[in-house]
Design a protein around this ligand. Structure first.
Ligand SMILES: [Zn+2]
Ligand SMILES: [Zn+2]
Ligand SMILES: [Zn+2]
Ligand SMILES: [Zn+2]
Length: 480
């Protein structure tokens, strides 16, 4: 039985809700992509078919016909050539036109690249009515669509700006495809597609330390800036609503088949990588897995953070509004917008403020077993004060750990299909604990730590770092 089903949620549109008790670390959703698009800035560095990072491959090849795509291997190139929504002949010929039609317009070229792929998907969905392009993911409660229909069923309405963009791109698309009657996609359809992509696409980032720009030692938030290698649409995962304290993390395996480092407990590692079709129980290297951070009782809404957990309130609110068109009113946002919290944040300003210092620093060093001392930039006086603060924080954390254990037990006991809980006011010490536990302790990573099924360890969704519960608690103790 599927762990989740689609439900209409009051005030939240559709969402995914657990149908039964979910174990900590369980894969709640495993889904193959409907469409993968390499980003404009990574088109020479990532495989246009499987998005793996080419630096890590030995047999990378470039398309000599369009010069707009590269592949990790001749096999990947062959597979791409068989798919009109990736790199079949017509697609390749259209790509060759990109720099001619939109010279110097990187953003326009990226959008046109996506429209060319979407047109390919439409063409193949209509022609063969084949399910080969369909995303394979089965959840209850909604109609399973495949191919282009699944794409058009995603949410996202074009703004006037997107309509204007589509009016420019649609004739370019027709020209690129040699479509004299210009009937492949209407302007309205192109605008819808662009809006749906913007609202639902999962950004896929290049691996840490592999982006070939600078020395990667930038301080603070800049250390987390990584090249976007591409985007992908996963129609069922797109139904996950956002929460700033989520209960699942997204794992991908884009480089796994190349460097052999699959995320732990990846569902059935396929023999050959780059294959976007997967047999039952096997997820390809381009699939995503949504893993439960902790145990979830039945009837819980499954939520994902659309942004890195350590982002500050202002950053999160701006992104939610600009990219997704909603205002986040989750318990964490409510707490962080409160005058008390704001005051606290002002007081902490000298320390660099926010989570990046709190958990990216000392805790990570301790947890990683690294004896090196975290670079402390404060004066002795500040140091005493912050040590005192830390003592207080630690006391709160110990209390919160006990409270969390009690809450988990209560939740497990009450796990009888009860309806969704209304968000309760969030407690500051719980938030601190959550961040310490679920933000990756490796400096500059900012991935999310999710439980590993059947163990008390957590694994980072970005760098793969592992940490046992004992190491986590020891890290907290060392701070005291
Ligand atoms: Zn590839
Ligand atoms: Zn080509
Ligand atoms: Zn929020
Ligand atoms: Zn990490």
């Amino acid at each position: 039985m599927s762990a989740v089903e689609v439900r209409a949620l009051p005030g939240r549109g559709r969402g995914l809700v657990t149908t039964r008790q979910v174990e900590a670390g369980e894969a709640v959703l495993v889904e193959e992509p409907l469409l993968l698009t390499v980003s404009q800035e990574a088109k020479d560095n990532a495989c246009a078919h499987c998005l793996c990072w080419l630096e890590r491959c030995t047999g990378a090849v470039r398309c000599q016909a369009c010069h707009q795509a590269a592949f990790c291997s001749p096999q990947c190139q062959q597979q791409a050539a068989a798919k009109p929504w990736v790199h079949a002949d017509a697609t390749c010929r259209a790509y060759a036109q990109l720099p001619l039609l939109l010279p110097g317009d990187a953003e326009g070229q990226a959008s046109l690249r996506f429209l060319i792929q979407a047109a390919g998907l439409k063409h193949s969905s209509g022609a063969a009515n084949s399910s080969s392009a369909a995303s394979s993911c089965s959840v209850g409660g909604h109609e399973q669509l495949s191919g282009y229909a699944a794409l058009m069923a995603l949410v996202g309405e074009p703004s006037p700006a997107v309509m204007a963009q589509a009016a420019v791109l649609q004739p370019a698309l027709c020209q690129a495809l040699g479509d004299a009657s210009c009937s492949v996609l209407s302007v309205q359809e192109a605008a819808s597609l662009l809006a749906k992509e913007a609202a639902n696409s999962f950004g896929l980032l290049a691996p840490l330390g592999q982006q070939g720009s600078g020395d990667g030692t930038a301080a603070g938030g800049d250390a987390g800036a990584r090249v976007l290698r591409g985007g992908a649409l996963y129609p069922t995962c797109a139904l996950l609503n956002h929460e700033c304290l989520p209960n699942v993390a997204r794992f991908d395996a884009l480089d796994a088949a190349v460097d052999g480092r699959w995320p732990a407990q990846w569902p059935g590692q396929p023999a050959a990588h780059g294959s976007s079709s997967s047999s039952a129980g096997h997820a390809s290297s381009t699939a995503v897995v949504m893993r439960a951070l902790h145990a979830l009782p039945p009837g819980s809404e499954v939520t994902l953070s659309y942004f890195p957990l350590h982002w500050e309130l202002r950053e999160r609110q701006a992104q939610a509004q600009q990219v997704y068109g909603f205002t986040c009113g989750c318990p964490r946002c409510q707490l962080e917008a409160s005058p008390e919290w704001q005051q606290q944040a002002d007081d902490d300003e000298d320390d660099g403020s926010g989570w990046e210092t709190d958990d990216g620093g000392e805790d990570s060093e301790a947890a990683a077993g690294d004896a090196a001392d975290a670079a402390g930039s404060s004066s002795d006086h500040d140091m005493e004060e912050s040590e005192h603060q830390q003592q207080l924080q630690l006391q709160q954390l110990r209390a919160a750990i006990r409270a969390a254990a009690v809450t988990a037990a209560a939740a497990a006991a009450a796990a009888s299909g009860t309806p969704l809980q209304p968000p309760e006011p969030l407690d500051a010490s719980y938030l601190s604990l959550f961040m310490l536990k679920y933000v990756c302790p490796v400096q500059g990573c900012f991935g999310t730590m999710a439980a590993l099924r059947g163990s008390n360890a957590c694994e980072c969704s970005v760098c793969g770092a592992l940490r046992s519960e004992a190491e986590f608690l020891a890290g907290l103790e060392q701070q005291g």
